[in-house]
Write a protein that binds this ligand. Structure first.
Ligand SMILES: [Zn+2]
Length: 479
């Protein structure tokens, strides 16, 4: 295994990766908060983590990655209450959509994908530990972490803690930057809100305790790597460190990796600017999963990624160039023999690719080594200098690169069809949908549930989401 250098936010330095357990890298990843569909900015971070884990595995490491799903927080509770359903039911459909999205992008499933609401007991136990150590206080039924009692507070985000006021506290899950406060570990229930009855009283966990409890449960007290978007460094990750290290007395994380923001055509992505995209918005505009994957991984994670139409066009062309190259290797006829020069050229590309990724996951440099090889081999083919016996060697190199890049297999149409998109699938018109829904209502009325189920299935297969509301009316939309 060659040495892998990673930029640790904690020390603000490039450091060699030295796993706690030799040969195995344990990674915790802050996953989605499932109150809406994940947006393309979220996928920038998830894509970085995917490249990281794929590269580690290609270097012979075992990877144990845990990703949480935040299925309880302020927004979820409010949204579920507004919809008149439980939070599990409310979040289920967003979890399902998230799984479909990562599958479309060839983002590997983490070894453990864990829901916060399945781990309330672990969070309660961790809060009790902090209580026993005198690091908490209770106010109006909520339990707060006494930030001033953790002297290392601020070490990750380098936030100025001189202004911490004892007792100044904050209740919401996400709060203003630059202001260190006591934060809620456990929140007393508000009337009508979802809550759990526990040993530390009725209520629900704060957002930060969720990640501390679940990461240490599956990965041990000290993790090798903790990843997330750069906006999570404070307060979320700072609070995770405080809770975890105060409870265990051990370092919580060896290496913190933070992915920079994604912007759209040079602007911050926001709903009000109309440039807020989910993955499915981009599929609906005709972009392929492999194009989006390529664009997201092409910019090194610590650089801001400007997501543009031009970038998408280039990404599509680049992906096609790679696929065409492999096709040429597999189908063209070359003169018999092998060339030492070509074999050396291929080996150099492989070494350059690994060296680039070992240098803090420099995907831009890694891609450059691949495209340089493609150019050189294409040139050799054009002038008859590429020989038949070297084709399998070149194909093997491309497949090795693709263990990390995952764009060579042309399954875009298949992935899109699964999600109800794609040219080969005719969208049914809204008139047709309305007619089918009317027919289904009629079938239900005469208690012909077989027929009504058939129609529902037909709508689902056509990419239509049908929702039966409480008042008996039916809502629908294109997936
Ligand atoms: Zn987290």
């Amino acid at each position: 295994m060659s040495q892998i250098l990673l930029h640790n936010t904690l020390t603000n330095a490039l450091e060699p990766l030295v796993p706690v357990h030799p040969g195995e890298v344990r990674i915790y990843t802050c996953g989605p908060t499932v109150y809406a569909s994940a947006h393309i900015g979220n996928f920038r971070t998830f894509m970085f983590q995917d490249v990281l884990r794929r590269f580690l595995r290609s270097q012979g490491y075992r990877v144990l990655q845990v990703m949480n799903v935040t299925d309880v927080d302020d927004r979820i509770i409010q949204s579920a209450a507004a919809a008149g359903i439980g939070i599990r039911e409310y979040t289920d459909k967003y979890i399902q959509a998230f799984l479909e999205d990562i599958d479309a992008l060839h983002i590997e499933m983490p070894e453990e994908l864990v829901r916060a609401t399945d781990h309330i007991e672990d969070m309660v136990a961790l809060i009790e530990k902090l209580q026993q150590k005198g690091l908490t206080y209770t106010s109006d039924g909520s339990i707060y972490f006494r930030t001033a009692k953790f002297p290392a507070y601020g070490k990750l985000s380098k936030i100025d803690v001189a202004g911490i006021q004892a007792g100044a506290r904050v209740d919401v899950d996400q709060y203003e930057k630059e202001n260190a406060r006591d934060f809620a570990l456990w929140k007393a229930p508000k009337p009508g809100e979802h809550f759990w009855e526990t040993r530390i009283g009725p209520g629900r966990p704060g957002w930060h305790i969720e990640c501390s409890a679940m990461s240490m449960k599956y990965l041990g007290d000290t993790l090798d790597i903790h990843t997330g978007g750069v906006d999570l460094a404070f307060p979320h990750h700072e609070n995770e460190i405080a809770q975890s290290e105060a409870a265990t007395g051990k370092p919580f994380v060896r290496t913190w990796l933070h992915a920079e923001h994604l912007i759209i055509e040079g602007q911050k992505m926001s709903k009000s600017l109309g440039n807020f995209y989910t993955l499915r918005d981009l599929f609906a505009k005709g972009h392929k999963p492999s194009t989006i994957r390529f664009l997201l991984l092409s910019v090194p994670y610590r650089r801001q990624l400007n997501f543009t139409e031009d970038g998408l066009t280039q990404a599509r062309n680049s992906t096609e160039r790679l696929r065409n190259f492999v096709l040429r290797l597999k189908t063209a006829q070359f003169a018999a023999g092998s060339s030492e020069e070509i074999v050396k050229r291929i080996e150099k590309a492989e070494n350059d690719f690994d060296a680039a990724l070992a240098d803090d996951i420099n995907t831009a440099a890694a891609l450059a080594s691949v495209f340089d090889l493609v150019r050189d081999v294409n040139t050799a083919m054009d002038r008859g200098a590429f020989l038949q016996q070297d084709a399998p060697r070149a194909i093997a190199a491309m497949e090795k690169f693709d263990n990390v890049l995952a764009v060579l297999v042309d399954d875009d149409d298949e992935k899109l069809l699964k999600l109800g998109f794609g040219a080969s699938k005719q969208r049914i018109s809204s008139e047709q949908v309305e007619a089918l829904i009317e027919e289904r209502n009629a079938a239900k009325k005469r208690r012909d549930f077989k027929r009504s189920d058939e129609i529902r299935q037909k709508l689902t297969d056509s990419g239509i989401l049908v929702e039966d509301t409480k008042d008996g009316s039916v809502r629908w939309k294109y997936k």
